[in-house]
Design a protein around this ligand. Structure first.
Ligand code: ADP
Ligand code: F6P
Length: 496
């Protein structure tokens, strides 16, 4: 039997970058997996040799490991019960609501926790199998919070990093979890923990101090019962700026963006929303504001129209099913009241699209509506900016998206304030082009400077030097791993 390959860089994420989909004729097809994590990690992994451990998206036996675009994919099997209890249950009906401000209530079930533990152990075993001696192991997101400690136990030789793609909750919310201590201990198995915002890292450090009685100093936690130190810092994720910029400039993308506008009846103002169909994204708030603007005759089709792309997500979790019904009803109501023949007020698309089509949509949109109630980062906001090489467009961005802490020249909004959101949308429409171009130029500078390649380099750099606090960067006077300019929005008075 040939020796199993091992790698110096191993990524572990709940999903592989591709999902196995069974076609009606029984054949297997591979499709790109949904979500920002895959978008970001895929572009990072294409630049280096490594393995990716993850679930192939279907219940049952795991396919054999295989290579895709130069990445060694090591599938992890989940049974139908594990999909229900570990993925839909504990990950997305317990942790997800707690980590997103309990926008919907969280459910606690002991058998879901048992499945979470069991599946995390299976992921850790797969990581151990493909990690070369001294490898860097990069564990992703809330579904795998026990994996760092499990890998450390089996393989003290490897460097272990974990990145949180979603918010980390304040201790008052986190403390509700009956398994809070096990989760913190699981994470403290890492050498370095990365978060989207400074506040997320601080929430984690505070949870360790208050719930584990751990000694903490600034961004460092001393693991109780040892002298090992773990650093927890903000390393905000980003997009492949150069790749998206290049895609948006292609003549075929530009032609497609024109075609999109023409097929929508050449509106004066095209507004766009692009989200996974998730209650955290504030789609209902956005539709409510839009509905009221139509009702008050402030805007209306055919001059103004809205395209809402809502990717199917977690459709067997009840809160997601309810949300889909609500949104589809609302869209139906708005179109019934305000649509005209050939000119609906909302164009609703409930499926995924190729990257090329997404870029054309971004390029076509005059106003991009990103209005989450809570979002770790929101890569859609950064993708929009990266595609607007023409300096056109306007970004309406919620203060509750991680991206707001970096993107200052936006039309910022509080999506809970419907009246304020309406005013912000109108401002995004009516602000003179010259001013909007100035804003977009500044946004593009920020995203170009802080792209996904830089994010990955910063994360892996911090992992390499952990647990020592990094030296001062002589060029900036800031510590490596800090985001000096990220503080400015917080300094403007927001606390989240
Ligand atoms: P999340 O990780 O919560 O889904 P993000 O905004 O960070 O949210 O990332 C979403 C990613 O999914 C982006 O890369 C976006 O381009 C992609 N995406 C969203 N909707 C679609 C769609 N309908 N088709 C293809 N890609 C999509
Ligand atoms: O970080 C957000 C996230 O939950 C990722 O972990 C995940 O890949 C993505 O959103 C999509 O969600 P799901 O994998 O549950 O479809």
């Amino acid at each position: 039997m040939p020796a199993r390959p091992t790698f110096d860089l191993v990524v572990a994420a709940n999903r592989l970058p591709v999902d196995q989909v069974a076609r009606p004729d029984g054949d297997i097809e591979w499709q790109r997996s949904p979500g920002g994590l895959v978008t970001a990690m895929e572009s990072v992994m294409h630049d280096q040799a490594g393995a990716w451990v993850g679930w192939a998206g279907e219940a049952g036996a795991a396919p054999a490991p295989f290579e895709d675009s130069g990445i060694y994919l090591r599938p992890v099997a989940l049974s139908a019960e594990e999909v229900r209890d570990y993925y839909e249950g504990f990950s997305n009906d317990t942790l997800w609501p707690i980590y997103h401000d309990v926008i919907v209530p969280a459910s606690f079930h002991r058998e879901w926790w048992s499945a979470y533990e069991k599946v995390n152990r299976r992921f850790a075993e797969a990581v151990v199998e493909v990690a070369a001696p001294g490898a860097r192991v990069w564990i992703q997101d809330y579904q795998l919070q026990l994996v760092p400690a499990l890998v450390r136990e089996a393989r003290p030789d490897v460097r272990i990093g974990w990145f949180d793609h979603i918010p980390f909750p304040p201790v008052g919310l986190f403390a509700q979890l009956p398994w809070r201590l096990q989760l913190l201990e699981g994470l403290l198995g890492a050498d370095f923990l990365g978060f989207q915002r400074r506040a997320d890292a601080q929430n984690f450090v505070r949870a360790c101090r208050e719930l584990l009685n751990a000694k903490t100093q600034r961004d460092t936690v001393t693991v109780p019962g040892s002298d090992r130190r773990v650093r927890a810092s903000a390393v905000p994720i980003s997009v492949d700026f150069a790749g998206l910029d290049e895609l948006a400039r292609r003549p075929e993308t530009i032609a497609r963006s024109r075609e999109i506008r023409t097929s929508l009846g050449d509106p004066k103002v095209l507004m766009l929303g692009v989200d996974r169909l998730d209650y955290t994204k504030g789609i209902q708030h956005r539709l409510k504001a839009y509905h009221e603007l139509l009702d008050e005759h402030r805007i209306g089709p055919p001059e103004v129209t809205l395209v809402q792309v809502a990717t199917p997500s977690r459709e067997r979790v009840e809160a997601y099913r309810t949300l889909r019904d609500e949104i589809e009803q609302t869209v139906g109501r708005i179109n019934g009241e305000f649509g005209q023949i050939g000119a609906p007020a909302v164009h609703y698309l409930h499926h995924s699209h190729p990257r090329e089509e997404m870029a054309a949509l971004y390029l076509a949109a005059d106003v991009m509506l990103v209005t989450p109630l809570r979002d770790g980062m929101n890569l859609v906001a950064k993708e929009y900016v990266a595609c607007r090489y023409d300096l056109g467009g306007a970004l309406v961005l919620s203060e509750f998206a991680g991206a707001w802490h970096e993107l200052h020249q936006t039309f910022a909004c509080n999506p809970h304030d419907i009246e304020g959101l309406k005013q912000t949308i109108l401002r995004a429409i009516t602000t003179p082009d010259k001013e909007k171009r100035r804003m977009m130029r500044a946004l593009r500078r920020r995203v170009a400077d802080h792209d996904v390649q830089r994010w990955a380099a910063r994360f892996l750099g911090a992992l390499d030097i952990a647990p020592e606090r990094p030296s001062l960067d002589p060029s900036t006077g800031h510590h490596h791993g800090d985001e000096p300019d990220m503080r400015s929005n917080e300094a403007r008075g927001m606390t989240q």
